[in-house]
Ligand binder design. Structure first.
Ligand code: FAD
Length: 303
């Protein structure tokens, strides 16, 4: 119930205005968001790299409704890639196609993604396409597959809560695509998504095993200790070395677990979001663990 409510609120303008418009809201989000400016994000990346983490940077924004805004988002990513190269920060970027115009026109999103991939290639960098709600699954895959970029420059996220994902993973593996496997963060109907957590987790493990034995470099993105332990065990049993895949987690979530994995010799890349459009991202993170909401409420009441 609470999860559904939080996901519903994540798409509403009123609560967004309330939370993002005041200092306290911004402070509450700061545990999960690197800041609103690019300089904030670069500072966080430097710190994380000094601790041994790898990073993918997300300039927050989604569901753009005007072509001009989509082009602006594209320009932001181009500058970001130049800046990361100039600062020798060697961090990937993550992007949502609705931020590049997917909800307006597929061609627009394709052109923008193509420009970003080209710039990433120029800097020997890598761009990951996030996966959004199911209304965009098919078009996201279509646009991703139609952009002509070397496979070590671009990869995509797939969600284990969707029934279709095992088949999508198989298709993408045939093309040599680098996949980030996640459980999925949106509210989806039971005819297309597993309703039971145990089914989502089982599907995740099955796909994880296929990815790890594919010979392609993939990302296992989860904070689930049992799945992480299963991945470690599977990698050891099948001789998959730590440099042949990476774990990924979200900035600010399960920090002790993140550090423990690095200490054990695994690669860990953190997904670091920044930018003024943090509301929807923040609400999805609350929805994943409604206990977070009580933490937020307690802090609000203390003020
Ligand atoms: C690097 C990365 C990239 C992602 N990209 C996408 C994407 O492109 N598309 C998409 O739909 N989703 C994406 N997600 C989100 C993902 O789909 C899940 O919603 C999210 O990771 C929570 O699922 P979990 O795998 O951690 O497992 P869960 O079973 O949800 O959580 C396992 C444990 O982790 C902890 N935990 C999980 N989430 C939180 C939280 N928000 N706050 C505090 N503790 C928490 C809790 O202790 C929980 O018991 C991404 C996640 C990561 C880590």
């Amino acid at each position: 119930m609470l999860r559904s409510l939080l996901l519903y609120l994540s798409e509403r303008k009123g609560p967004k205005k309330l939370l993002t418009g005041n200092r306290l809201g911004r402070r509450l989000a700061s545990r999960l968001i690197a800041g609103e400016e690019v300089e904030d994000a670069l500072r966080v990346i430097r710190h994380l790299k000094s601790e041994g983490f790898w990073v993918t940077l997300d300039c927050l924004g989604e569901s753009v409704q005007e072509a001009a805004a989509a082009d602006t988002s594209c320009e932001t990513y181009l500058h970001l890639l130049d800046r990361l190269a100039a600062e020798k920060l060697n961090s990937h970027v993550s992007v949502k196609l609705t931020q590049l115009g997917l909800a307006i026109d597929e061609g627009l999103a394709r052109r923008n993604l193509g420009r970003i991939a080209e710039r990433a290639a120029l800097h020997n960098n890598f761009v990951r396409v996030d996966m959004e709600g199911s209304a965009f699954t098919e078009s996201t895959l279509r646009v991703f597959c139609s952009v002509d970029a070397p496979r070590d420059v671009m990869g995509i996220a797939l969600q284990s809560y969707l029934h279709r994902t095992a088949a999508d993973a198989e298709e993408l593996l045939k093309r040599g695509v680098r996949i980030r496997l996640v459980k999925g963060a949106y509210k989806e109907p039971p005819d297309i998504a597993f309703a039971k957590k145990s089914d989502v987790d089982r599907n995740y493990r099955e796909i994880m095993e296929k990815l790890l034995t594919s010979g392609i470099y993939h990302a296992i993105a989860t904070h689930d200790e049992r799945i992480i332990a299963a991945t470690e065990q599977f990698a050891r049993q099948h001789g998959v070395a730590p440099e042949n895949f990476e774990f990924q987690m979200l900035y600010g979530i399960r920090r002790r677990l993140q550090r423990a994995l690095i200490q054990q010799g695994w690669r860990v890349r953190l997904y670091v979001p920044y930018g003024p459009e943090w509301y929807a991202y923040f609400m999805r993170r609350l929805a994943e663990r409604p206990a977070n909401l009580f933490f937020v409420m307690r802090n609000l009441l203390r003020q």
